[in-house]
Ligand binder design. Structure first.
Ligand code: FPP
Length: 236
């Protein structure tokens, strides 16, 4: 039987994930990288449903970084096609579980079909209150901070009025708590431009498992590790 929420002494209010290893998962099976992304999209469904069941309030998934444009054109197109397909197929799940879909990143630069599908799903789920699912798309932490600074200048903010809280309010994640925990799959141990401002005190958890194989039990293992961490926020 699956663990119940009470098994975890503490759960992150905001969990963020770097879904890494789709390409290597496919390569290991002699498949095209796009097959790895396809399998990865299945994992997205599983992990979204489980996080919602566990009553995690915010889940942020790194689906496409500002650096991912440099991948082969065919792979970028496959990822974008997968996004539209995912939104079409999983919208009923989001509605059934009362999940509110949001995006972080420069989504205005995505192709029209992806922008339309996203706008539709975001609008359709905006009243849902069980969990916020942020899809990071064309997202980069440095770009996000630069955009915030530019917007503050544009709004004519006085030097003394720019506080940490004000700056946070100019980020894509405005109004949301910082991620308590960031999981990265596939054994890589870096943030790769993810949530650079918001991750100041996030607990980082690295799983050796490739994203397509990251199931409910791997998620639970990571959450148990998180529950065992002592968070001091710079204090002793
Ligand atoms: C990293 O694996 C993963 C990505 C760049 C894309 C993540 C996309 C998905 C999980 C599927 C689609 C998502 C949605 C929301 C529909 P990689 O390709 O860098 O793997 P590698 O490091 O093994 O090459």
């Amino acid at each position: 039987m699956a663990d119940t929420p009470s098994v975890f002494s503490v759960l992150p209010r905001h969990l963020a994930i770097i879904m890494d290893g789709n390409g290597r998962w496919a390569q290991a099976r002699g498949l095209a990288r796009s097959e790895g992304h396809k399998a990865g999209a299945e994992t997205v469904r599983t992990i979204v449903a489980e996080c919602c069941r566990l009553s995690i309030s915010y889940l942020t998934l790194y689906a496409f970084s500002t650096e991912n444009w440099s991948r082969p054109k065919t792979e970028v197109s496959a990822l974008f096609a997968l996004l539209v397909e995912f939104l079409r197929r999983e919208l009923p799940l989001l509605q059934e579980k009362h999940i509110c879909l949001r995006t972080i990143g420069a989504v205005e630069a995505l192709p029209l079909a992806q922008r339309s599908a996203l706008a539709h799903a975001v609008r359709a789920t905006e009243g849902n209150r069980a969990m916020v699912l942020n899809l990071a798309l064309n997202y980069g932490g440095r770009q996000e901070i630069l955009r915030a600074v530019r917007n503050m200048i544009h709004d004519g903010l006085a030097e003394t009025s720019v506080t940490e809280e004000v700056l946070a309010g100019y980020l894509y994640t405005a109004g949301q708590p910082d991620p308590d925990c960031i999981i990265r799959t596939s054994g890589e141990q870096r943030l790769s431009n993810y949530l650079l401002y918001q991750s100041a005190y996030s607990e980082l958890i690295f799983s050796p498992v490739f994203w397509p194989d990251f199931g409910v039990s791997e998620l639970h293992r990571a959450l148990q590790e998180y529950a065992g961490r002592t968070r001091r926020f710079g204090k002793c």
